[in-house]
Ligand binder design. Structure first.
Ligand code: UDP
Length: 351
């Protein structure tokens, strides 16, 4: 039995990882400042005596050190994520992502604890490669465009993480997550699948940004969790960078169409220019497809959930949630479910 510390464990991916670890009878410590994660995400786990939850920040050095010392392995998911957050709070994004990862690595260095650090497919930036390999070039736009601050902050995280391995022999692993989706993901920070599901289920038109011809590869959260567990147990993976993604590609127009079909919603699709959705001069990525040769070679695991499986399972959760929220709203006289709020500041999230 091992003890896992999950920073950002009350967030979307962290809560799924915690759930799986507890199923496997492992001990789980969660450190989450609840800025965007929520106790609701882990409410169903709270009665498990093998779970310890601390509402606190990775910037509370004493608390972090104590929890790191009590763990065998750390999965560092706490970060500021979501395009809306990044554009609206660039200072917080840089501070949280760079300072937060540095704090976790420093604490882990004392006793050379193994750390898995969550990075992102955003680090490939505007690369034109048809598929992204971990050793490929990273291509960013100018610093005047705040979108790139997120990718850059995660690149600094990656350099730091590799440096702690090279210089201090802290066993670290980097994972680049490609558009993970599933139950409990919030649409408040811009993520497209929860936004489309909420729109469809509330009878609103889906808002596709740009032409909708841009594509993404969506990965079901259970596949990501499986990979994280296999990497945690694999000593050969130390010092390596891995793409974690499902290479099945879909355009955002097609995604919108499938979500309308899956929900049976009688809604249309509105195309909104990027300047209105985000900010003037916003640069989106046209395509972002992972090469997963390396993660397959190290773990022997390939994604088990197709996009349709992932969308169905996510839809089922959102339907159940909406019923729950509506009954609560009805109970408190709050009326209809609103759309996703545009403005969220100073949030620290797990991706
Ligand atoms: N997107 C969209 N409508 C939305 C939210 C996002 O059309 O309500 C688009 C967004 O412009 C991007 C894609 O969906 O091309 C994926 O966006 P998301 O923020 O989920 O992830 P990203 O890949 O941009 O990090």
């Amino acid at each position: 039995m091992s003890t896992f510390l999950i920073t950002g464990g009350a967030g979307f991916i962290g809560s799924h990882l915690a759930e799986k670890l507890l199923d496997l009878d492992e001990k789980v410590l969660i450190l989450d400042d609840l800025s965007s994660g929520s106790v609701r995400n882990i409410a169903h786990l709270r009665s498990n005596p093998k779970l310890e939850f601390q509402a606190g920040s990775i910037f509370e050095r004493g608390l972090l050190r104590e929890m790191v010392d009590a763990a065998d392995i750390i999965v560092h998911l706490a970060a500021t994520v979501g395009v809306l957050n990044i554009i609206e709070s660039p200072v917080t994004t840089i501070q949280n992502n760079v300072g937060g990862t540095e704090a976790v690595l420093q604490a882990a260095a004392k006793k050379r604890k193994k750390v898995i650090v969550a990075s992102t497919s955003e680090v490939y930036g505007k690369s034109n490669e048809p598929v992204f390999r971990e050793d490929g070039d990273l291509v960013f736009g100018p610093t005047s465009k705040s979108r790139w601050s997120y990718a850059s902050s995660k690149v600094v995280d990656e350099f730091l993480t590799l440096a702690y391995w090279k210089e201090y022999r802290v066993p670290t692993i980097i994972v680049r997550l490609f558009n993970t989706i599933g139950p409990r993901q919030s649409g408040r920070y811009g993520m497209v699948v929860p936004r489309f599901l909420r729109q469809a289920l509330s009878g609103q038109n889906l808002t596709v940004f740009g032409t909708g011809n841009q594509s993404r590869c969506f990965t079901y959260v259970a596949d990501v969790v499986e990979w994280l567990l296999l990497l945690a147990a694999n000593d050969k993976a130390v010092g390596e960078v891995f793409n974690l993604g499902n290479p099945e590609e879909v355009t955002i127009n097609e995604l919108a169409r499938r979500i309308i079909e899956l929900t049976g919603a009688r809604v249309g699709i509105d195309h909104i220019p990027y300047s209105q959705a985000y900010e003037e001069g916003f640069e989106d990525m046209e395509r972002r497809v992972p090469d997963i040769t390396r993660i397959r070679a190290f773990t022997g695991y390939s994604p088990r959930y197709s996009l349709d499986d992932a969308l169905r399972l996510t839809r089922d959760w959102f339907v159940a949630e909406k019923i729950l929220e509506e009954s609560t709203a009805f109970h408190y006289g709050l009326g209809q479910l609103g759309g996703a709020p545009r403005s969220v500041r100073h949030d620290k999230t797990s991706e």
